[in-house]
Design a protein around this ligand. Structure first.
Ligand code: RB5
Length: 154
């Protein structure tokens, strides 16, 4: 299970910590940057490549971090096939995957502390999509919306 990560300067420090925890826990990770702290960098430059990797299946799940997590979530949801949300508590980190097949979790590096972030990451990566009929039905409706509203790229 390869987990992709991305962050701008607002999330850089937390991303580095999360990368370390995930690796220590035995996960393979792919870091989409920022690879150095740069107070002038822009979150779309890192979050969009991660979102494309999630959509293509190159990574199974993505964790994107900016200052608030808001910009990261907005960018990620511009990519067809990505289901991203700003997460601040463990119920949604787990239930978002189980019910909505959440594949990208966005965090606010200036909002949450490292210990809460660790619990959110653990809940997110441990959760599995239920596949239940009611959840599939809702996902099918969401996928139809994507089909209707996203421009085909290939
Ligand atoms: C960067 O200063 C900040 O605006 C960005 O990380 C994020 O919070 C946007 O949503």
């Amino acid at each position: 299970m390869v987990i992709g990560l991305a962050a701008d300067h607002g999330g850089y420090k937390l991303k580095e910590e999360i990368c370390e925890w995930l690796e220590d826990s035995g996960f393979a990770i792919k870091d989409f940057g920022a690879l150095i702290y740069d107070a002038k960098d822009d979150y779309p430059d890192f979050v969009a490549p991660l979102a494309r990797a999630v959509a293509s299946g190159e990574v199974v799940r993505g964790i994107a971090i900016c200052g608030s997590g808001v910009g990261a979530a907005i960018v990620a949801n511009k990519v067809q096939g990505v289901r991203a949300a700003l997460i601040t508590e463990t119920y949604s980190a787990r239930q978002g995957v189980e019910h909505d097949d959440l594949n990208m979790m966005c965090l606010g590096g200036r909002v949450i502390g490292p210990e809460l972030a660790r619990e959110l990451v653990n809940a997110f990566v441990a959760a599995q999509y239920s596949g239940e009929e009611r959840h599939e039905r809702r996902l099918d409706k969401l996928k139809q919306l994507e089909k209707d509203n996203f421009k085909e790229t290939d």
